[in-house]
Design a protein around this ligand. Structure first.
Ligand SMILES: NC(=O)c1ccc[n+]([C@@H]2O[C@H](COP(=O)([O-])OP(=O)(O)OC[C@H]3O[C@@H](n4cnc5c(N)ncnc54)[C@H](OP(=O)(O)O)[C@@H]3O)[C@@H](O)[C@H]2O)c1
Length: 265
């Protein structure tokens, strides 16, 4: 299904972005990849080429609109069209609001997770309309509900979710569909190690570990690629997470209690 298709992925130097690139490469797709760390991005691109894919790599920051424009124009110059635009670049946090000493944490997270996605859509939408393509936003279940120690991250994913839900309605009839991916905790990525702490810097080695209920990365990748092929509108991983909006509407205090318990564990 990805044979001959062009897939653009932001945040492709590690975790989910790198694993999606690998999956697309093995399924015969062409790739345009962006991240800030050139060395890690280069290694991902090389491994995709070794799997037989044509790959364009762009070193850049999604916060920089010019870098997003460069990503889209490089993909079009090499492959002539864009079939999938995957908004995956993201950064998280792990600190309660009252402990925060540096407010820049909020702008760093919002600029990357929300504005960075808007920047890519701004430059990529015309190409998606041309191909009747799919916009894929890697949101989070935290885009639908609050989680302690994640105020800024939840806010950024709520913003992304609202942006995508509004855009989907605007794009009705244009041939462009919008898929939002809502994973719970995922193990096997760098997100926790790079999560920002109270001083606005990555916590690194002190980052919290994962519980056994975290979704393994390979399982998430298989589900995302399948949802892309089927042009789904929303993907919950694990699937039982689709109960969250229902609980939030009907029993919000119960939902808060469950989340508080989960996070404190
Ligand atoms: N892991 C989870 O539990 C989980 C759960 C739900 C949703 N998600 C979402 O999944 C997505 C991928 O995260 P992950 O878990 O795979 O984490 P990850 O391994 O840390 O990957 C994040 C990627 O984003 C890139 N990135 C970060 N800031 C960027 C920027 N300003 N410009 C360009 N690229 C940037 C990083 O590369 P560079 O540092 O090289 O730029 C890296 O390639 C994120 O949107 C995250 O919110 C993750």
């Amino acid at each position: 299904m990805f044979a001959g298709k062009t897939v653009v992925i932001t945040g492709a130097s590690s975790g989910l972005g790198a694993a999606l690139a690998d999956g697309v490469a093995k399924a015969g797709g062409c790739l345009a990849l962006l991240a800030r760390n050139a060395e890690r991005l280069g290694a991902v691109a090389e491994s995709c080429r070794a799997a037989g894919a044509r790959v364009v790599e762009v070193q850049g920051d999604v916060v920089d609109s010019g870098a997003c424009e460069d990503l889209i124009s490089s993909a079009l110059a090499e492959f002539s069209s864009i079939d999938y635009l995957v908004l995956n670049a993201g950064v998280s946090m792990w600190t309660s609001f009252e402990e925060i000493e540096n407010l820049s944490l909020f702008s760093k997270i919002m600029d990357t997770n929300y504005q960075g996605s808007v920047n890519c859509v701004y430059h990529g939408l015309a190409a998606l309309k041309e191909s009747g393509g799919l916009l894929v936003a890697i949101s989070s279940i935290q885009g639908l509900t609050g989680v302690p120690s994640h105020t800024g991250y939840c806010a950024s994913k709520h913003a992304l979710q609202g942006f995508c839900d509004s855009l989907r309605i605007e794009l009705e009839g244009t041939g462009v569909d919008v898929l939002t991916v809502l994973p719970s905790w995922v193990s096997g990525t760098g997100l926790r190690g790079r999560a920002l702490g109270a001083e606005g810097e990555p916590i690194g080695g002190e980052a919290k570990g994962h519980s056994s209920s975290a979704v393994p990365l390979d399982r998430l990748v298989a589900k995302v690629l399948r949802a892309m092929r089927k042009r789904r509108r929303r993907l919950y991983v694990p699937g039982y997470m689709r109960i969250i909006p229902l609980l939030k509407a009907l029993c919000p205090c119960l939902l808060d209690w469950i989340i508080r318990k989960k996070v404190s564990r």
